[in-house]
Design a protein around this ligand. Structure first.
Ligand code: GAL
Length: 650
């Protein structure tokens, strides 16, 4: 468990570097990430390199004892490169080319940019690949940030056609799977197919789903090209990319398969402001972020990482990019850091060392203010650094509950939501949050994962059920919870011949003849045991086949939850309390010991170590037997952390 920081030597006078490095070490920081945006300084003109300053920066940091995460600079192709070949720029949905002047302007489908990316990666790899201080490489920076995965350039369309040809073989097959007989959308050849924008009304959802799949593959191709070079020029170094929060535009499982470590960039307060959270949540967690938000991403990215995951960028103070940017409450930088370690992180690295006094992110806090004084976040980093040696070596993090998360399924739901506020990612987050509020540990796994050994498996947003997932579900004896729309689509966005839940009907004999989306204020009461909850946003009608019984009902008596043996099907998007009650009872049947935690209190076990986090501002009591507290005690202070060794479940 170690601390890191993101540093931009090119943005500061060289005379400051040595002191910066010394201060990092004194603060307890062990690794520093550099280089991801400095292409114009390394290669100011085509083929003319100025490595001197970067060599000196590397030397200064290494001499101070810091380990270096070097980045390829491909998120920011310089002006001269773009001017020489404007086709390297991506094209937006409005058909206009992106312009120079910010970042991530390149087109993943441009072969010539790919070649440039290979070229500059080779240069970096040759220069620093064997440097003893360079322990890791970050490829590019935040693939897809600012909505840049999908491009509508000619290059993208041409490559899409080839991709389609490979996938479908003949155009007749594509026409049939996409259902192009509808509205006379049939094509005579692959060369006639464009990108799915500019149509009078919505384009065929099958067209969109395939465009999303294709665009995701382009990211995989781009990342893989850098990985191949770095593996050969810089052996034994860790390859890592920094993924984003609540971001699904490409298949992260596939990109991560080429890396050693999946890392992510954690900005809990900015995210609370910018995503779907309701006004209540926004007010309540204003300065802490939602209590399950960072944990969700820790478990998601750990689940795709070959080695334990990292937080590459941790918010240290107010950010600049949300509509409103409040400061974190005192204690939160420490809490977030410990929470990452509790979920299995090896590294938590803060963004950024010092606030920049210029350009786009000048209002974004760092560990230091622009005048080189400490900002508040740094004081909390120092606290964590002092606590780290007191905490026992990290144990394993495998959980008993698996939540299956599948990117293509999320694209399918985004392509045809059928209700203005149906969001698969949000539903996955809600299911996660409900389970975690019961004190359960979760793994978030891909649809290809081995599901053996889990006591409980949850599919919150998986309309596309692959052969592999089906086989794993059949082989498992876990309690299985299927959320609405599970198994409801086939490739090509088609409705299964036997209707939803399609092939999952082998596991639970229900048929769904009708679904409806509900306006925001419309809530359908649901009776479950002695509790009444509601379905909002979505409700399904269930035909119950032989073997299936109803365990919850809508007010008109129709089934709201069906059950067959160990398999449960939820016929609506249920409110938080109802989800929690259902999941609690199913967890008990799975042999687990769910314990509803007070709002804002969360726990996580890692080997024999138990971590507790309090997102509220008042102390909360956690009853744990056989605990030896190594940090704090069973009373978890507001915005505080407690850590115990050798415990039993609370
Ligand atoms: C991340 C990005 C950083 C910086 C940061 C600001 O998305 O990787 O370069 O922009 O956000 O919060």
């Amino acid at each position: 468990m170690r601390l890191g920081v993101c540093y931009y030597p090119e943005q500061w006078p060289e005379e400051w570097w040595a002191q910066d490095a010394a201060q990092m070490v004194a603060l307890g920081i062990e690794q520093v990430r550099i280089g991801e945006f400095c292409w114009s300084r390394v290669e100011p003109q085509p083929g003319v390199f100025d490595w001197g300053w970067l060599d000196r920066a590397v030397h200064v940091l290494a001499a101070a004892g810091l380990k270096i995460v070097m980045c390829t600079p491909t998120a920011t192709p310089p002006k001269w490169l773009i001017d020489a070949d404007p086709d390297m720029l991506a094209v937006g949905p409005d058909g206009r080319r992106r312009t120079f002047g910010s970042r991530r302007h390149y087109d993943f489908s441009s072969d010539r940019y790919l070649e440039q990316s290979r070229r500059i990666t080779r240069e970096y790899g040759a220069r620093y690949g064997h440097h003893p201080a360079v322990i890791a490489w970050q490829t590019d920076n935040e693939y897809g940030c600012h909505d840049t995965v999908v491009s509508h350039s000619l290059a993208a369309v041409q490559r899409f056609r080839l991709w389609l040809q490979e996938r479908y073989g003949g155009i007749g097959n594509l026409n049939s799977i996409w259902g192009n007989v509808f509205w006379s959308q049939e094509y005579g050849s692959f060369d006639e197919i464009g990108s799915p924008v500019g149509t009078v009304t919505e384009a065929n959802p099958a067209h969109w789903l395939d465009y999303r799949r294709f665009a995701s593959n382009e990211v995989v191709r781009f990342n893989r090209a850098q990985c191949e070079i770095l593996r050969s020029l810089s052996p034994k170094r860790v390859l890592v990319h920094n993924f984003m929060q609540l971001f699904t535009a490409f298949d992260h499982h596939e990109v991560a398969a080429d890396l050693d470590v999946a890392s992510w960039d954690s900005y809990p307060i900015g995210a609370l402001e910018m995503f779907w959270f309701g006004l209540d949540d926004k007010q309540r967690w204003l300065r802490t972020g939602h209590p399950d938000f960072t944990a969700f991403h820790h478990d998601l990215y750990r689940g795709m990482s070959r080695q334990s995951f990292w937080v590459m960028e941790q918010q240290p103070g107010p950010v600049n990019w949300a509509t409103w940017n409040p400061a974190p409450a005192s204690g939160m930088v420490r809490l977030w850091t410990w929470e990452a370690f509790a979920h299995g992180a090896d590294v938590v690295s803060y963004f950024r060392w010092r606030q920049a006094p210029f350009a786009q992110e000048q209002m974004h806090a760092g560990l230091q203010t622009p005048d080189r004084e400490w900002d508040q976040g740094a004081q909390e980093v120092a606290l964590v650094a002092a606590e780290l040696p007191q905490v026992p070596p990290a144990g394993t993090v495998r959980a008993t509950v698996a939540l299956v998360f599948d990117y293509p399924s999320i694209w399918a739901l985004q392509t045809q939501p059928q209700g203005g506020d149906y969001d698969g990612l949000r539903l996955a987050f809600e299911a996660y949050s409900a389970l975690r509020s019961l004190g359960l540990d979760l793994d978030i796994v891909s649809a290809q994962a081995d599901l053996k050994g889990y006591a409980m498996i949850v599919l919150p947003a998986v309309p596309l059920v692959s052969d592999g997932l089906m086989a794993a579900l059949k082989a498992s004896d876990a309690q299985l919870v299927l959320y609405p729309r599970s198994g409801s689509k086939l490739d090509g966005m088609r409705i299964p011949a036997n209707l939803a839940p399609g092939r999952l009907r082998e596991l639970i004999n229900v048929r769904i003849p009708r679904v409806e989306s509900l306006r925001p204020a419309e809530h359908e009461p649901v009776h479950y045991q002695d509790q009444t909850g509601v379905a909002g946003r979505w409700r399904e009608s269930l035909d119950m086949g032989a073997g299936a019984t109803a365990t919850a009902h809508f007010v008109d008596g129709s089934p709201a939850v069906a059950r067959q043996g160990r398999v449960h099907y939820l016929a609506g998007w249920f409110d938080e309390a109802l989800q929690r009650a259902l999941l609690r009872d199913i967890a008990r049947e799975a042999g687990l010991s769910p314990v509803p935690l007070p709002a804002g209190l969360r726990i996580r076990r890692r080997g024999n170590t138990l971590f507790a986090f309090n997102y509220t501002d008042a102390p909360l009591q956690l009853n744990v037997s056989n605990a030896k507290w190594v940090v704090g005690s069973g009373t978890v202070p507001g915005r505080g952390v407690c850590i115990a060794e050798r415990t039993e479940s609370p």
